[in-house]
Ligand binder design. Structure first.
Ligand code: NDP
Length: 344
């Protein structure tokens, strides 16, 4: 059983050497101690920014810290090889919580969703049909209630969540601008270009090329921003606060620019919340999983009709998983970062 082991707690930017590859024994049977669990063969693993806070000793994340010497865990897509749980049977495909390894004994099958729609790429259940898809849906539609003609800004816009927020906001009839850092890729295109050409954003810019973020936002939103989908935090949040419109909404989804800092940057423009009667609300997607069936009903037909597209960046094999995870914090991924572990 090949595994990606978490070596030790991390400060600053994570490195590949914070993880190592180990090959252990596997008995492809459910052990007695997990008789009510499931034995999984992992097919795809998801690289997610929230895994960085889990690399800290006092996790600071809404899920527990990784254990040094044990495999990482996260979201993935897997096949059930054996089940002692009434909701699952051998051969089922599932997505949800699993280990960074070839085979995982899950003692918490409550954290797994059975995959019903199989006529879409299975890897989509790490992205558009899994946790990031639900994040975009909940953050935009449930928290911000976008209305036709409103002005929407998305940061980290080409990523797993951002590319969907932009497309969902377009479906709601909004004017949408996204920002991304540029990354040259031979096949994947360039991130900022993708925003307009692939995802249908109205405008897009490279935030790394802007000296003055507030001035850049003023250029793209001369009338101000109604909805900001916050993925990065720090200076970007300050710049946005200075450009919000009356009764604007900010969905605070993530703050990736802060995850590797020992002390977070301050935010200075909070008074804008008062002046402009802004609602700023944080959320954790897992509180909203009861909406998953409703989300699938909306999004699956749109995927099949080609009205929503999804870009993935796939690393092949567990050996390449540490580099893929670290790459998120350098903006190396173009679209949803996935690790392919095995064929179905
Ligand atoms: P992405 O696929 O967008 O990958 C991360 C991207 O963040 C990178 O590609 C990079 O793109 C950008 N980035 C990295 N470092 C910085 C930085 N210092 N400043 C600005 N941008 C940076 O990730 P996801 O779509 O999976 O996640 C997006 C956000 O959503 C994260 O903050 C994550 O923590 C949050 N999240 C929150 C959830 C919740 O329940 N609240 C659930 C899921 C995700 P670029 O080239 O644009 O710099």
């Amino acid at each position: 059983n090949k595994q990606v082991i978490f070596n030790n707690y991390v400060s600053g930017f994570p490195k590949e050497s914070d993880m190592s590859i180990a090959v252990g024994e596997i008995n492809l049977k459910l052990p007695e101690s997990a008789a009510a669990g499931v034995l999984l063969k992992n097919l795809y693993l998801s690289c997610d920014p929230y895994m960085r806070p889990r690399m800290r000793n006092s996790s600071g994340s809404y899920v527990g810290a990784f254990q040094p010497g044990s495999p990482l865990s996260g979201y993935g897509v897997a096949k059930v090889l054996e089940s002692g749980h009434p909701n699952f049977e051998k051969g089922d495909l599932v997505w949800g919580s699993t280990g960074w390894e070839e085979y995982t004994v899950s003692t918490e099958p409550g954290q797994l969703f059975k995959i019903q729609h199989k006529d879409v790429p299975l890897s989509y259940y790490t992205g558009i049909l899994g946790m990031p898809g639900m994040t975009a849906y909940v953050g935009l539609y449930e928290l911000c209630s976008p209305k036709k003609g409103e002005y929407v800004y998305v940061s980290a816009a080409s990523g797993a969540v951002g590319q969907l927020v932009g497309q969902f906001a377009k479906l709601a009839g909004c004017y949408v601008v996204g920002s991304a850092g540029s990354q040259e890729k031979v096949n994947g295109g360039q991130k900022v270009d993708l925003l307009k050409n692939k995802f249908g954003f109205d405008e897009a810019f490279n935030y790394k090329e802007e000296q003055d973020l507030a001035a850049a936002l003023k250029r793209y939103f001369p009338q101000g921003i109604d909805i900001y989908f916050e993925n990065v935090g720090g200076k970007m949040l300050d710049a946005v606060l200075g450009n919000m419109r009356l009764r604007g909404r900010i969905a605070v989804c993530g703050m990736i620019s802060q995850y590797n800092l020992e002390s977070p940057e301050g935010v200075h423009n909070l008074a804008s919340l008062i002046m402009n009667r802004i609602r700023m609300e944080g959320f954790i997607v897992s509180d909203h999983y009861h909406l998953y069936p409703k989300y699938l009903e909306m999004v699956v037909p749109k995927i099949k009709e080609g009205k929503i597209v999804y870009v993935e960046d796939t690393a092949e094999g567990l050996d390449n998983a540490p580099a893929a995870l670290v790459g998120l914090f350098y903006g190396r991924n173009v679209g949803k970062q996935v690790v392919k572990v095995a064929d179905d």
